[in-house]
Design a protein around this ligand. Sequence first.
Ligand code: IFM
Length: 747
Amino acid sequence: MKFSFQFREYSPKIEEIYGTILTLGNGHIGIRGEIELEPTVYGTTVIGIYDYTPYFYREIVNAPRVIGLDMIFNGEPINISTHKLLKYEKELDIEKGSLKTWVELETNKGTRIYYESLRIVHGKRKNVALLKFKFKTDKKGVLTLINPIDIDVANPSYRPEILVKHCDVEELDFGEDFIYAGVKTIDRKYTLDIASSLLPNEKVDRSVIKSAKGIAEVLSIEVEANRVYEFVKYMIISSEKVPDLKDKALKELREVKKLGFNKLFAEHKEYWSEIWKKAKVEIYGDEEAEKCLNFNIFHLIQSLPRDSNISLAARGIHGFGYRGHVFWDTEIYALPFFIAVFPEDAKRMLIYRHKNLEAAKKNAKLNGYEGAQFPWESVDDGYEATPSLIPLDMMGKELVRIYTREEEHHITADISYIVDFYYKFTNDEDFMAKYGLEIIFETARFWASRIEFDEKKGYVIKKVIGPDEYHEHVDNNFFTNLMAKHNLLLGVTYYKKALKRGGTWKDTVDRVGIREEEVQKWNEIAKKIYLPRQIDGVFEEFDGYFDLEDYSVDPHGIGEARLPEEIRKKIGKTKLIKQADVIAAQYLLKDQFDIKTIKKNFDYYIVRTTHASSLSMPIYAIVASWLGYEDLAYEYFMKCAYADLKNLYGNTHDGFHLAAAGGAWQVLFRGFCGIDIEGNCIKIAPRLPSKWKAVKFGFSFRGAWLEIKITPKEVVVKNVEGKKTIKLDILGKELLLRPNEQIVVSF
Ligand code: IFM
């Protein structure tokens, strides 16, 4: 694989977009892709480090910026925005996980400057980032390099009065060959230790400055004309909870300097090469789709937390959109990729939810319910982090009231859904005993208390927001009711399984205190749960939806900006929906619908969906592919894959759209390749886009690693690792795939 992405424009606005799409990360550190030579409001994110903030409860912290570099040549500061820029090029190499930058400029005094850098955030050493750079000029003179740890950073915001600085300086220190900053978050919960060292390949004069902005080392060097000078900047960003963190950080800095850039880069490349052996998707006949899909996979992997104290944030490590909060995006959109390809990593994200079960129980209690109610937006402590008010509207003036924290309850069922999905893929009994069963039982308990009985309708769920967030305070949202039913039935099924299995599963039943009568009640509620009207086969999205003013949109467009203002203003009173809702339920719970019904619903809702959310198109793409709407499926797939590369939602600067990224992978897996797990059987019913000559990738299934190749004429599946025989159903043909064997089905 050789995938690199080139970018050649420069303007502060475009640079903010590059900041996101060229982010490098390793599951601990995230460093945005803005050029090191320019100041920026963006610092560094450290996964799992949150702090209190107005409106948003807690937000991911903009950590001190250590990647920056100031250059002064013969008294002229070398900013690319203030001189004549002759060349600006950036190249993200997703195969190596590296970012290269080339700058050529003529200064206001007429000096030519050539600058070239290579940046990595180390894959194997979670605290380490490196910047190697070269400098050349056509004049001799004095080059001054300033290597700062900038602690004067605040979280970017739309409104200046709510800029929050989260880092409180504890210590600034330096030695002969290092600078160091120790900071704590304002809530005192987290410590960050940052150390850096800029190593020249020549003799230089070195001094250190401390200021309100932080600490910086300053190197001065007499340079000759037309000679290349090379430097390596070593950076350590550490957040471990150990007493001697500073010593550890400085020790690690010494160690990596001793190893040197080349060895460290070799290790880093090895890391990515191992990752790509599993994660890569090859698409023959469509290089563009192949590149874009792997680009999204790269960003998903970089955002994957290394421990279970936090899960994948909706906008990744790439920015401050949604303040680093974790939504259903993680479970429903991103996790299927990790479950299929990196199940051990997926498990950590599920354990994160289990760790927060106590918080979810408190949340339920606070709202008058039983069991566990997961927050719509979650952070490091598992409490509800959704703002009730957002201090901006479209004009950036008024506070906007948000009801999702009170009403978007489907997340609780979504989490149970994915626990079951994980179990289907992995058969991880131990996980279920320790974590999974408890999540399913406690969430079933929640729904049993959340649901009300209505004499006429049966069990109803009132006052919710479904995935379509245009309609608030609605009763009986189709998605919510169906997912709640599924959650209750999972409770019933796993309870029965646990009794049958005994051992640790039965222990969990006892530990959680699940009683037979309780489970019977879950069953009864599930069976009598009310679903809104169905007219001509189309399910009403919620009670009363069909009575709203009709309005339709072009299914190829994105967002609300294309709507007339009067429609935008009253959008909640129309039938327009923001994203897949009924169709999302039909995707997740496919088995409950026949294809004719799915088609009727798809045809109805597709012309009423604005796709204002990036979570919409992945689901419509998958279902479109099931329905044989090949062009539309492919168009939506590419739009998911291009969401950030082309800034399709206009807010890429706020972070990566990881739901669209995970969604794009699901379009491939569940849509084009038609892969489903049914019992212990993998069903494969492909419908490749017609220009695809073949698609090839791997995934893990119950301890086996399977490699699959699909062409328009055949399916080839290899069982390359593991000791298990796998049951397959390829286009209706049932087969057994033994270890180290391959099966070819031609059609
Ligand atoms: O979770 C989504 C939601 O479905 C639509 N608004 C944005 C959220 C975060 O991506």
